[in-house]
Ligand binder design. Structure first.
Ligand code: ZN
Length: 277
């Protein structure tokens, strides 16, 4: 029998009464288990299989999959599940973690990032999704990318490889990273219209500096200029979708709450800067 600490990222019904359990472990990365009979009401494991909880999992190898035999809840994050904004944010964290983690590969830093972000969501006082929440999720995503091999070079152009210097740069999906605006423009002209890449994102110099500092430290920022926060949000989304090569499912659910916030509390101006426009 194996016993491992993990965070439950996804539960998917299979067959009539079983579930597929996807979890992230610090020691061995992504784990998949078959949890037999756990959709039956009388299942002993069922009450402990709570999405996003930190748990100890017992398993035995089976013929085609590892079978889950025991679950001990260490950190249930109970409040997170009672709020739609909590579920939406945790869903985003879990989707990013599952997409970026690999099996049989220790992921202690990714695990710590996921655990810390879930704790933040759990402890949030406000039921609404505010700009600070969105910024935190964006930084979580960029840090998760950084610890799984996708940290952009901050001082060097990803196209011409010369120093970026003190100029305002752009962030581009291909080649992944920061670039001189002119280099990125020339490259997208040369590569023709067949490319479906997102347009490079023009960034204030303050945004690149902010990202460099935040990806080097793990503290949360106190006050962040609004323009910087919006650019960080766009960089995170572009970087994620470039690396995963698909749109994030949880993002649409999350956007329902940011849209609501924008129309209710912010100026019309904010909508024209939305990444979807
Ligand atoms: Zn360049």
């Amino acid at each position: 029998m194996e016993r491992r600490e993990a965070i439950l990222l996804r539960l998917r019904p299979v067959r009539d009464v079983d579930q597929l359990v996807v979890a992230l472990s610090p020691a061995v990365g992504k784990l998949e288990f078959l949890a037999r009979g756990t959709r039956k009401i009388e299942s002993k494991l069922n009450p402990s299989l709570q999405l996003f909880a930190r748990v100890m999992l017992d398993s035995v190898p089976g013929r085609r999959a590892h079978h889950l035999t025991g679950v001990e809840v260490l950190d249930p994050f109970p409040r997170l599940r009672t709020r739609l904004t909590g579920l939406a944010q945790a869903g985003f964290v879990a989707e990013v973690a599952e997409a970026l983690s690999a099996s049989n590969q220790a992921e202690p830093r990714l695990f710590r990032l996921v655990r810390r972000e879930l704790l933040r969501i759990e402890r949030a006082r406000d039921d609404r999704l505010g700009p600070a929440d969105v910024l935190s999720l964006s930084l979580f995503a960029l840090r998760a990318l950084a610890v799984t091999g996708w940290r952009p070079r901050f001082g060097q152009c990803s196209v011409c490889h010369r120093p970026l210097g003190a100029v305002a740069a752009v962030f581009a999906a291909h080649p992944y990273g920061f670039a001189h605006g002119s280099c990125a423009r020339n490259r997208s002209l040369r590569s023709g219209s067949g490319q479906a890449d997102a347009d490079p994102i023009p960034l204030h110099r303050a945004t690149r500096k902010f990202l460099y500092e935040r990806l080097s430290q793990t503290t949360q920022p106190a006050v962040v200029p609004r323009g910087v926060a919006q650019e960080v949000d766009r960089v995170a989304l572009t970087a994620l979708e470039a690396v995963l090569d698909r749109a994030l499912k949880s993002r649409r659910f999350l956007r329902m709450f940011t849209k609501e916030r924008i129309t209710n509390h912010e100026s019309r101006n904010a909508e024209s800067h939305s990444p979807d426009s």
